[in-house]
Ligand binder design. Structure first.
Ligand code: SF4
Ligand code: MG
Length: 333
């Protein structure tokens, strides 16, 4: 499938009094049309900041300091639209209508004082020239599609009247009400019990089939990634260290970090089994990025004299892009 969204060398820094935290420090990844990319990695590796940066939803002290976010199929010219360079007004059109986002905790993005229906209606009417009655009809239809029972009644519910699982469904209904081409879902099931989690993942896959949208799913759970992803991007300390087809990355990973992650999951492919807490050592403090390869203090295959001095560039090995000196043999030729 063709690329839909290409993130190139994205950099988002937190400019704090004590120094600069490079939360996103050269992220490159691709989401393909109608496909699912899972972005995995331990917490604190910059996954969420990457997602928010794509939609330019970062706030001070965070600042996007470099890179490109290219959305294809947007301009009549055929050129991709660089979201980081787009005017604010253009960006407002892109949000919801082209790229929608759901978060771990729907209460953070739903308004507490408006009904679910009114919030969906507002989102739809902001982007489409629809009257109130057809927009309400769309809201009811979307609530039904995401499996909310009795949508004609539920459309007038307030978020607090719904269970956690139902709220997440309502959030997904809202996100999809403008029929975006890309859904960015940041840990959409992490706060839910295992059964509800499975239902929401199934729902996302069904809706993807139906609407033909692409999904960028952020998760710390390799089991979830194995379940839904076509491709996987592995993040470590603000960069993508491995990117390729899900099957290859999850069954025959190249990067020592990914290998450790995969080893830490006893039965990969089983839901809920894949907490990424078992890699040796801990993520270093944010102000102290290791020199050379950022993973070197935790790496089993550390090579003194090179891994602590040379920054690996991403190279192609089989069908995987990987940033590790074990594969970066160019200089030896
Ligand atoms: Fe390990 Fe060296 Fe590869 Fe980094 S470059 S992942 S330290 S082998
Ligand atoms: Mg996060």
């Amino acid at each position: 499938a063709e690329p839909l969204l290409e993130v190139r060398d994205l950099r988002t820094h937190f400019e704090l009094e004590d120094g600069v935290v490079k939360a996103v420090d050269g992220v490159s990844l691709t989401v393909r049309r109608g496909r699912t990319l899972a972005v995995v990695g331990e917490s604190g590796c910059g996954k969420s900041v990457t997602a928010r940066s794509i939609l330019r939803l970062v706030e001070r002290p965070a600042r996007i300091v470099g890179g490109q976010v290219l959305l294809h199929g947007e301009e009549p010219s055929g050129e991709p639209l660089d979201l980081l360079a787009a005017k604010d007004q253009r960006m407002r059109q892109v949000r919801w209508a082209d790229i929608a986002m759901v978060f771990q905790e729907p209460m953070a993005s739903l308004s507490l004082v408006h009904t679910i229906g009114d919030q969906i209606i507002e989102a739809v009417r902001l982007h489409e020239n629809l009257g109130k009655a057809p927009a309400r009809q769309r809201a009811i239809e979307m609530l039904g599609r995401v499996g909310i029972p009795d949508p004609k009644r539920r459309v007038d519910s307030y978020p607090f009247e719904l269970s956690g699982g139902m709220r997440q469904r309502a959030m997904i209904a809202m996100a999809l009400s403008c029929r975006p081409r890309l859904l960015i879902a940041d840990e959409p099931t992490t706060a839910l019990d295992v059964t509800t989690q499975a239902q929401i993942l199934d729902l996302l896959q069904d809706l993807q089939q139906e609407l033909g949208m692409a999904i960028m799913l952020i998760t710390h759970d390799l089991g979830v990634a194995a379940q839904v992803a076509d491709e996987v991007a592995v993040m470590y300390l603000g960069e993508v260290v491995e990117h390729g087809p899900a099957e290859s990355v999850l069954t025959a990973p190249k990067h020592p970090y990914t290998r450790a992650l995969v080893r830490s999951v006893p039965r990969l492919g089983q839901r809920g089994a894949g907490r990424l807490e078992a890699v040796r050592g801990t993520v270093p403090p944010p102000y102290e990025r290791p020199t050379g390869c950022r993973f070197h203090p935790r790496c089993d295959l550390f090579m003194a004299g090179s891994c602590d001095q040379t920054v690996p560039t991403r190279v192609r090995s089989d069908d995987i892009d990987v940033a590790c000196l074990l594969y970066d043999v160019e200089e030896d030729l």
